[in-house]
Design a binder for this molecule. Structure first.
Ligand SMILES: [Zn+2]
Ligand SMILES: [Zn+2]
Length: 443
């Protein structure tokens, strides 16, 4: 069997081996909060900045932001996370809360990395495995979590799903195999581990002192199971029931917790957790394509000249509301500034397909963020500015989000060519390849 030998979730790399060790990295990074680069401590032996390797993950988890002067400071979410680490309450529920803090990160430049990784990659691989259905997936993950020895773990189906999720041939064979064959495989791996011959990829992976261990397997299985439950139910989840659903799922499938305490903590900090859930439920995106209540009313063309604008901390509910308020005005201004034309009108010849919006009597247009909202924490100035707003007809809007890379790239490049100077002017300039990465071009 080829097997990946790898991990299900690669955002927790060597610095972030488990969900809980993330807290340690966060505390480490906190040491350089508000300190200029030249004052960051250096590792004595090779002069490397120890904190440098944490920068990307700290921004992508939205726990820190980079100020205009280049200094790092905690976001509102980061401040709550610091207090959470400091307090020692909530017992087993701490794991769940830690997971929720990290849930809306855009690790590896992927919006909602954790939920997308499960929904698109892992379920994509596993759905082609004959004999593996939702029930087996859920039950086998639970079985692994309940196993109290490596002996039992190595005999659980999920152990193999975890290592071979991208090798459907192996998994199909494993699921079809007799219990005798499964037992032989387990014995073979045990022998390799015990004798230190590491002849198979599994024994290499779990070699003592290697890159992977039981607690990481346990942790990844928890992340997978909890996220999977969310993905399966997501159609019926909204901002009102999402708190209960995560807590219930955890209690029923992972570990017994004091629901009341955990919910109490989460509700008390709704200001921070609402934006987390709003991200994973993609509520903001839904809004961007809606026409919104807008009419023939006079739109004030104030603050429409390109200039850098202060970053708005998006990790709190109040920050999100400020963004929303400004967005509601700006999207109307953007239509006026764009003369009610699609930003790709020339390239895509949109004129014949325009239709008239019943709301304002002009061409119907949707608003598109050239730099997607998911990545706003990569920038020290606000990306919620007219320079970053493009009006598109519904056809072009769908194309830029849903077409093949070949058919999206020319659109992205055209918009970039037209906008990159303006983006620079407002302090959110970027290279074209960075923009391609945000759109997952070529990945
Ligand atoms: Zn869009
Ligand atoms: Zn168009």
């Amino acid at each position: 069997a080829k097997g990946s030998g790898g991990r299900m979730f690669e955002y927790i790399n060597t610095n972030f081996r488990t969900q809980n060790s993330f807290a340690g990295s966060f505390l480490k990074f906190q040491e350089i909060e508000g300190k200029p680069r030249d004052q960051w401590p250096r590792q004595s032996h090779h002069g490397q900045e120890v904190h440098k390797q944490l920068v990307v993950t700290m921004l992508q988890s939205k726990l820190f932001k980079k100020e205009v002067n280049g200094l790092f400071s905690k976001t509102n979410k980061g401040s709550l996370y610091a207090a959470f680490i400091d307090s020692q309450s909530l017992d087993e529920g701490r794991w769940l809360i830690n997971y929720l803090f990290l849930l809306n990160g855009y690790y590896a430049n992927l919006k909602n990395y954790i939920t997308c990784r499960v929904r698109e990659d892992l379920l994509g691989y596993l759905s082609i495995v004959d004999g593996l259905d939702q029930v087996i997936l859920l039950e086998s993950a639970k079985e692994l979590l309940a196993a109290n020895s490596f002996e039992k773990i190595i005999r659980s189906t999920f152990f193999y799903i975890h290592s071979f999720y991208n090798d459907s041939d192996f998994l199909i064979q494993y699921i079809r195999a007799s219990s005798k064959e499964k037992e032989d495989l387990a014995k073979y791996i045990e022998k390799n581990l015990k004798e230190g011959t590491f002849e198979c990829c599994i024994s290499k992976k779990y070699e003592l002192g290697g890159n992977f261990n039981k607690s990481m397997l346990h942790d990844e299985t928890r992340v997978f199971l909890l996220t999977l439950l969310f993905v399966f139910q997501s159609e019926n989840i909204n901002l009102d029931n999402v708190y209960n659903i995560f807590v219930e799922n955890f209690k029923q499938n992972i570990s017994d917790i004091n629901e009341k305490d955990i919910l109490g903590y989460l509700y008390q900090n709704r200001n921070i957790f609402n934006p987390v859930f709003s991200d994973v439920l993609e509520l903001e995106e839904l809004d961007a394509t809606a026409t919104g209540a807008m009419s023939y009313e006079e739109v004030p063309m104030i603050d429409v000249k390109d200039a850098p604008e202060d970053y708005i901390d998006e990790t709190s509910e109040s920050g999100r509301q400020r963004i929303q308020t400004s967005y509601n005005l700006r999207k109307k201004q953007a239509r006026i500034q764009g003369d009610y034309k699609c930003g790709l009108e020339v390239l895509n010849n949109c004129k014949p397909i325009y239709f008239t919006s019943r709301v304002n009597g002009r061409n119907y247009l949707e608003l598109h963020h050239l730099i997607p909202r998911a990545f706003r924490n990569d920038f020290s100035y606000s990306i919620e500015v007219l320079a970053n707003y493009v009006t598109l007809c519904p056809r072009c809007h769908k194309q830029i989000h849903l077409a093949t890379d070949g058919e999206r790239t020319s659109l992205i490049n055209a918009l970039y060519g037209e906008r990159n100077k303006r983006l620079e002017t407002v302090g959110i300039g970027l290279e074209l390849n960075q923009l391609h990465e945000y759109y997952k071009i070529g990945t």
